[in-house]
Design a protein around this ligand. Sequence first.
Ligand code: NAD
Ligand code: UDP
Ligand code: UDP
Length: 343
Amino acid sequence: SSNPVTTTAQPHHRPVTRVPVQIGQRRKRIVVTGGGGFVGSHLVDKLIARGDDVIVIDNFFTGRKDNLVHHFGNPRFELIRHDVVDPILLEVDQIYHLACPASPVHYKYNPIKTIKTNVMGTLNMLGLAKRIGARFLLTSTSEVYGDPLQHPQKETYWGNVNPIGVRSCYDEGKRTAETLAMDYHRGAGVEVRIARIFNTYGPRMGLDDGRVVSNFVAQAIRKQPLTVYGDGKQTRSFQYVSDLVDGLYALMEGEHVGPFNLGNPGEFTMLELAEVVKETIDSSATIEFKPNTADDPHKRKPDISRAKELLNWEPKITLREGLPRMVSDFRNRILNEDEGKGL
Ligand code: NAD
Ligand code: UDP
Ligand code: UDP
């Protein structure tokens, strides 16, 4: 009958929300490559909390088992030590492809390995997605815009990238990974999603991974001067990791291929960042200027209108709110390190 009162009064017409598991809606099996790293481990936490089965693939080049140890023993969690440069056979519904060193210090350490990871690693994961019909999400980067001539950067901007420089293994690598994703999408019907991630920070960043936020926070805690490269007037936009993880999830579950900028539009010079770190950790911290690295982008700030409109996503946590949230994690790890050295 069309009378809502009679319908709800009948036990077999109970509201859907009271049914614990819907038939046909089995939980998803999800691969997270690079799940032992900073962003990947936070993503794994979210997926496990949501009730999915998660397989992490990681070669532990920059990742750490410590980031995942709280899931060991959970039957819905599986860890495979594997290098994505080599093929792998699995059966899953979704692939979040994060495997790739992200800090400039790490990706320049072995540039040939970095570009192999970006090209062969992404090719293998797309081949896997094609074979099993899985949806594939690529974590690309704001570095595809290079040293941008457009500000802020929109997804329609094609970038200003040096193809033969010391950063090229990473930024050209990620550009090729985007190309591969789009070609598998158009040519083989793979459902792809592309995120262009802007600088992200939070707990579990490598203590000495060389990125600016982790450097400044660790330096302030260790009572060392904050190392500002160049004149410190270059800018970046810093996003807290939980905002990014929410964005990656919204992108994967949504209907749009992208690419989508995922970042916090709040823009800071490195000198301003140093001031916020001083306010947050130690007002007596000093600054030491060091020469800048080659091809360092002068400014970077995402235009996130596309993600706002199509993914209904925007970051919630400002730099001043987010920084304190990583300090206790850094303090604990620095303390353990010192104890390990017998200090
Ligand atoms: P991370 O270095 O902490 O994590 C990367 C993970 O990938 C590590 O666990 C590492 O061991 C693993 N890995 C590297 N090479 C591998 C290989 N060949 N096979 C298997 N595993 C491999 O970096 P992150 O900050 O967590 O970045 C994750 C992803 O997000 C990367 O693809 C990065 O390019 C992208 N991204 C990050 C940022 C950021 O600010 N954090 C910005 C832009 C893009
Ligand atoms: N691949 C993989 N796992 C799979 C399917 C493919 O690792 O389940 C790898 C495969 O070894 C190849 C790449 O993905 O190197 C691309 O696969 P595709 O089938 O698209 O191309 P082809 O094998 O024909 O070159
Ligand atoms: N930087 C700095 N001090 C540091 C590390 C980095 O001033 O100890 C600068 C670096 O030169 C760049 C910016 O901070 O201009 C961001 O560098 P990071 O390596 O964090 O990320 P990028 O955006 O370059 O990939």
